[in-house]
Design a binder for this molecule. Structure first.
Ligand code: CUK
Ligand code: CUA
Length: 629
């Protein structure tokens, strides 16, 4: 297949780099234009026609996907990149976990990024969301929560590596996470789900829960520091931002402040808590806050009755919170109630100025089915709500639901589609941005049961791809996924500009380069062993298929740091470094520097080798460390 076939086959090929990469083929393709049409060209044109009509999920071998999907990896603690619509897994980005292939959690660079929680190698990621400018993805960062260890991480989308990890103070179990959409992502917002005593210093009791609170957290996206926190009543669950840069909203269950399941579900109503950004920022500026637990993070009082928040009563235990892409509505999914509560964002100014009552902000509460958890949107005014108990997606029309609420006789339910089984989140292509395009819907089904070959008692989840471009939703693909993608986003590939080689001055390994400079080493040229008391630093280059140093000596008990710089300038030629029998290995991407530290605690000869297949002589890419007793 030549390049012309490819471009006729795709929606709007933006892969110029790819053309360069295959420069010769591209030239051949240009020549083929004057040649008579071949059968292959006809069939690819026919395919292009079909793509237009059917929104085909078929992405042929060698063809590229239209969307980058960023998937949470749940209890694996990672983030994954999938191509959509093929649903092919393209990459895994280790975040809170330890990763054997890349050395994440083992290399000095990743330990620096993990910071104070570098010793923790577990995580529970739920909500990946990309930074935005004016309500549109900007391709810069993806943020993700760690419910297990109360952290938030940032992934740089040029290198597709985690570059910041923040442990959020005062809060407990970061769950719902989204970004400020407008005017740009100045803040990442996230919910501390569980209530803990303020202060949580061991002096509180299990019986007196009067000081237990859950916190809404507002994080500076560039600095990755908490700007301020807002104390609320109840347990915050999911959250989202408006398209005006004014309000954030979170679902909030357990308004009873119960500590047991029975106590948590007695009240008929819980809340959506709405936060006024301007009022919160003004309160911080005016010094109207307290601090807790010995840190200086401003904690604002947003409990019931506060000027900073409004509590809108909704049926009990609401879960998902989603902003419609036209900027008009916050939608709270009922979970224990078969309804979705539609909050008019336009009415929030009046609500904050006490001109209307909280329930007046709700302009409809359509019944959509049993166990509604999350809602996604197309560009035609339809909403798609996952029904956990019914194992279905309900497609419903928002305006019809509002009209029905106002007494008009219309059926707002457009279709219910079976999914397999028990969906949690769903997400539409670009559906959390102004660019919602109504092409694809992914249902992140929690159980796969009989959909795949049985693989023992533990089964994969099932991420199902649904074509929503026509009047009817059509299930087109089953995608087995390992533990447990709670949520995903789909970003058009034209937004993404990932690097092909590492920039030599990348901040990711700047500290390692600075250490080398102190040792008088230019990592791009020198191969040197530096002894510094019981510490030994081994600087070596790598260029396929050879390390710059193929033998060095240390003494038993030395702390050895190996710094490898990959001088290859060829795309995709990654080297590795593994010191056999020492539990250390890592990846060194083209033009990158990476380092890893271990104790030479075994006397004798130890081979190190390149563990990323890089060359016909890759097996020979190795060297010896002699540990002298
Ligand atoms: S939560 Cu998992 S299904 Cu963590 Cu977004 Cu709703
Ligand atoms: Cu270098 Cu394999």
């Amino acid at each position: 297949m030549n390049e012309d076939d490819k471009s006729s086959n795709s929606v709007e090929l933006q892969d110029e780099g790819r053309r360069k990469f295959f420069g010769k083929t591209a030239l051949l393709g240009a020549g083929a234009v004057v040649a008579p049409m071949t059968a292959a060209m006809f069939s690819s044109m026919a395919q292009a026609q079909r793509n237009k009509i059917e929104n085909s999920p078929h992405v042929g071998p060698g063809d590229l996907d239209e969307y980058y999907g960023f998937w949470s990896g749940g209890q694996s603690g990672e983030v994954r990149i999938l191509g959509v619509p093929s649903m092919r897994e393209l990459m895994r980005i280790p975040v809170f976990n330890m990763d054997s292939a890349t050395g994440w959690g083992l290399t000095n660079e990743s330990k620096r990024i993990k910071g104070e929680s570098a010793h923790i190698h577990t995580g529970d990621t739920h909500h990946p969301h990309m930074s935005m400018t004016d309500g549109r993805y900007n391709g810069k960062y993806v943020f993700i929560n760690d419910k297990a260890n109360t952290r938030v991480a940032r992934i740089r989308c040029d290198i597709m590596k985690t570059d910041k990890i923040l442990t959020v103070p005062n809060a407990h179990a970061i769950h719902g996470l989204r970004v400020q959409k407008v005017p740009y992502t100045k803040y990442v917002i996230c919910n501390g789900e569980y209530e803990i005593p303020m202060n949580n210093d061991g002096k509180a009791s299990l019986e007196d829960v009067s000081t237990y609170r859950s916190l809404f957290n507002v994080i500076d996206a560039e600095k990755m520091e908490v700007a301020f926190q807002v104390m609320v009543d109840g347990n915050l669950d999911n959250t989202d931002a408006d398209y005006d840069g004014k309000y954030f909203a979170s679902t909030c269950y357990n308004s009873e402040m119960g500590m047991t399941l029975g106590e948590m579900i007695t009240a008929e109503r819980d809340h959506v808590v709405v936060f006024s950004l301007a009022r919160c920022e003004a309160a911080v500026k005016a010094g109207n806050f307290k601090t807790y637990n010995g840190n200086d993070v401003p904690v604002l009082d947003g409990r019931k009755g506060s000027a900073l928040t409004r509590y809108i009563p909704v049926p009990k235990s609401p879960h998902g919170l989603n902003t419609s892409p036209n900027g008009e509505y916050f939608m709270a999914a009922g979970k224990l109630s078969p309804t979705v509560s539609i909050i008019s964002i336009k009415k929030l100014d009046d609500l904050f100025n006490d001109k209307i009552k909280p329930r007046d902000a709700i302009i409809a509460e359509p019944e959509v089915g049993l166990g509604p958890l999350h809602t996604a949107f197309d560009n035609k005014g339809n909403a798609y709500t996952t029904l956990f108990l019914d194992s279905q997606i309900a497609k419903w029309n928002v305006q019809d639901a509002i009209d029905a609420h106002n007494g008009k006789k219309v059926n707002y339910i457009r279709q219910k589609l079976d999914v397999h089984y028990q969906p949690g989140h769903n997400h539409t292509s670009l559906g959390e941005t102004r660019d919602a395009d109504g092409k694809w819907l992914v249902s992140l089904s929690k159980f796969s049961k009989d959909r795949f070959l049985p693989v023992g008692p533990l089964r994969p989840e099932n991420d199902q791809l649904i074509d929503i471009s026509g009047d009817e939703m059509k299930l087109v693909h089953d995608g087995p996924a390992f533990a447990e993608p709670h949520d995903c986003i789909m970003v058009h590939r034209s937004t993404m500009k990932p690097f092909k080689l590492w920039p030599r001055d990348d901040p990711f390994f700047a500290e390692t380069i600075a250490m080398a400079k102190k040792d008088g080493v230019d990592v791009y040229i020198d191969n040197k062993v530096i002894r510094d008391g019981k510490k030994v630093r081994v600087y070596m280059t790598s260029i396929a298929p050879i390390f710059g140093i193929t033998e060095f000596k240390v003494k038993l008990g030395d702390e050895v740091t190996v710094v490898v710089t990959n001088l290859d300038q060829v795309e995709d030629v990654t080297h590795g470094f593994c010191m056999t029998n020492h539990g250390v290995q890592m990846e060194i991407g083209p033009q990158a520097t990476a380092s890893i530290t271990f104790i030479a605690d075994k006397p004798g000869v130890q081979w190190y080798y390149c563990n990323w297949f890089c060359h016909a002589l890759h097996m020979e890419m190795r060297g010896r460390m002699l540990v002298q007793a």
